[in-house]
Design a protein around this ligand. Structure first.
Ligand code: NAD
Length: 282
């Protein structure tokens, strides 16, 4: 039976460390601050923003929420970002996605100052991730790397197969595994015979968003399976892409959904905010 990689416990340990770093910064006269922008009233986004606020409270980061109405104009949103960019007491800025359809998310992400871009979505940060000298790392893939490190699982020399090529998860995940000396294969919606690739994986990262996509016969015995996806089953219960029960019998380690990668993402956001505050107070 696979070892269950406990994202809640690992993220809790990480948050303790972040809290200590926050205390040190405060002692040096810097109060780390995260500004979160939410446009509209999407219920899932409201939950995410609330969770980020709670995590800030737990580690001692000041958090400021900017809740804007759904009919906010592009200019008003850009103006708010400019104000936050210029505010020396704000170290991290994130704009909760998705934005209402009339807003241009790409332009919004480009407006956030790269050193305050705690989601690490700005092309300047993506470029730095690509060449391997980034300070701010994309939260979900960085959370996966922390989990692997915590569990003593090194990607070095391993075949790492990532299913999914989004800008938020799949692509940066592949880059971080590559930087850690993994041999990386990226699979996606146009990959023929997905199983022929997944069966070669020593570390398999699932980031598609399709329940039941990864079955036990697609997993090499002893592989580590990291399930990033958050889906719902027919009873509304959260689940990932992998058939958890069956894959657990084949893999050596696996992340559950919920309680796996999810809690790591928010811990990494807290870490990025502290990293940003540190860099801006140098
Ligand atoms: P996305 O929809 O942007 O990308 C999905 C990717 O899957 C695409 O690159 C696509 O090419 C690929 N794909 C689609 N069908 C496929 C198939 N049949 N075979 C192989 N590849 C296929 O999604 P995303 O934003 O990358 O998120 C992926 C999943 O991760 C979602 O379930 C999302 O909810 C979850 N997620 C979780 C966290 C977290 O904190 N745990 C964070 C971000 C996203």
């Amino acid at each position: 039976m696979a070892k269950v990689i406990d994202g809640k416990a690992i993220s809790s340990a990480m948050l303790d460390k972040v809290a200590a770093d926050v205390s040190a910064l405060k002692a040096a006269g810097v109060e780390p601050c995260l500004a979160v922008i939410l446009v509209g009233d999407d219920p899932a986004s409201q939950v995410y923003v609330r969770n980020k606020h709670r995590a800030c409270e737990r580690v001692g980061i000041r958090s400021v929420s900017h809740l804007l109405p759904a009919d906010t104009t592009q200019q008003a949103l850009l103006d708010l970002i400019d104000t936050l960019n210029d505010d020396d007491t704000v170290h991290g800025i994130l704009c909760q996605l998705p934005l209402p359809a009339h807003l241009d998310a790409e332009q919004v992400l480009l407006r956030i100052r790269p050193d305050k871009d705690v989601d690490a979505f700005h092309p300047a940060n993506v470029g730095r991730i690509t060449i391997g000298n980034a300070e701010l790392l994309p939260c979900t893939p960085a959370g996966v790397m922390e989990m692997l490190r915590y569990e003593g699982i090194s990607p070095a020399g391993k075949h790492c197969v990532v299913i999914g090529r989004s800008n938020i998860v799949g692509k940066p995940m592949a880059l971080l595994l590559l930087a850690a000396n993994g041999t990386v294969t990226v699979c996606h919606s146009r990959t023929p015979d997905l199983a022929s690739f997944t069966r070669q994986a020593d570390i398999l990262v699932c980031a598609v968003g399709k329940r039941g996509l990864v079955t036990a016969d697609m997993v090499k015995p002893g592989a580590v399976v990291i399930d990033v996806s958050i889906n719902r089953d027919e009873n509304g219960k959260l689940c990932g892409d992998a058939d958890y029960e069956a894959v657990s019998k084949v893999a050596s380690a696996i992340t559950p959904v919920p309680g796996g990668v999810g809690p790591m993402t928010i811990a990494m956001l807290m870490r990025n905010t502290v990293t940003a505050a540190n860099a801006q107070s140098r």
